[in-house]
Design a protein around this ligand. Sequence first.
Ligand SMILES: Cc1ncc(C[n+]2csc(CCOP(=O)(O)OP(=O)(O)O)c2C)c(N)n1
Ligand code: SF4
Length: 485
Amino acid sequence: MYVKALERPKSLFGEFDRKPGDHLTTHYCPGCGHGNLHKYIAEAIDQLGIQNRTILVNPVGCSVFAYYYFDVGNVQAPHGRAPAAATGVKRALPDSIVISYQGYGALAAIGGNEILHAASRGENISVFFVNNAIYGMTGGQMAPTTLLGQRTSTSPTGRAIDREGFPLRVSELLATLEGPTYIERVALYDSKSRMRARKAIKKALQNQVEERGFSLVEVLSPCPTGWGMTPGDSCAWISDHLVRTFPLGVIKDLSAERHGWTRRRRTVAVEEIPGILGRLRNRADAPLGSFDPGGIPARYRNARVKIAGFGGQGVLFLGKLLAEVGIAEGFHVSWLPSYGPEMRGGTANCHVNISRTPVGSPLVSDPSVLIALNRPSLDKFEREVVAGGVIIYDSSLIDVPPTRQDVEIVAIPVTEIADRIGSPKVANMVALGAFMGVTQLLGREPIARVIKRMTKKEALLDLNLQAVEAGAGFVGALHADLWAV
Ligand SMILES: Cc1ncc(C[n+]2csc(CCOP(=O)(O)OP(=O)(O)O)c2C)c(N)n1
Ligand code: SF4
């Protein structure tokens, strides 16, 4: 009689589809630690009963093909970006159990920033990372964790402090942050250390199931190929050398005191959906301020506006103001600034969407309205305007008018009007008035309200309001049928 003591965990496939003609072997080298680690993770998934809600974020590195072996949900992240991808998956599917699996090159070198911030945010994910002190997949190059004196393909005479600096202890570094809940370093070199690793892996997953927050297990793992050793010597090298620089044990553990650590989206009950859709529809149909929506020329109802000029002309403020008024009027809006490195005198432009339907992208690459306040801006953006759109430009600064025949052209001496009112600073408000008059999109009353709220200098308030009226009045004279002041 025999007792079956070892069984393949259900969360690992029995056969692998990776290579035609070979369904039974993995791609790992003999004696590699990745295989053990896969098995322990799969066992823990089985024991916790979470196979059907586990999503493994696969890295780039030796374990890039992990999705051939794990019978769970799988996502492939670019090199080093697994914690960011895991964050996205977990936020989108808070009930899933998300594993970020990485080598140390991915985690401590190119992805150092990703792991730092995922840990600092305390994402409720489980991170398993394999420290084999080199870059395995690409040929055994030096990694941040390479030991002092260790020879690798890129440190053939041994890692030296004066050339390559010290090995990086990421686990200790992360443990200084408030975000992480549980961090432990384990190893795979004998049966005792493997048992310890098993327990730590299960704990990291259990923490996530119980919503205890960010858990990370660092695994000192043999890489016979990269180290140029036999599997047996690799295990001995871990216990004799690697653990001296990377001591084993629990580095941080707040598991007992943390819970409810998942960021939950508000779930919507099925019966709520008609009400929500009704609200959205009403919003899109809502009367627009003091204006009859029928009065807005159809081409401006989902206005895509680009405003451009010199830095210091108030281009960005004008865009912000349009967006704020749009919000006050119940539109969907976005505002995206773009400016050069100079604080003054450089170029500046901004993209504004004021739309009756949700805005897909804040980028306005095909404006229906261009407000150009200097010549370089007109030269640069004139050709972007959609046919049937409008170009409003400052004719006091731009002496060469636009050449487009398929758009409406509104020349308005913005700077001159502002000077006459009393300050060149209010040129942007003159342009706002022109926009208001031409598009009929935003009401005078909400504009005045938002200007009052956003004008910091009391002395400028009256000038701003006058400037808007003057701009609107100027184009009103041109568009008497649309705007009467
Ligand atoms: C953005 C990017 N940079 C570099 C690479 C090349 N690259 C692939 S795997 C790898 C190193 C992997 O080492 P590690 O993360 O330690 O995993 P291991 O292979 O040791 O398991 C590198 C540098 C890449 N694929 N993508
Ligand atoms: S190179 Fe090293 S880490 Fe990669 S599969 Fe081979 S033994 Fe494993």
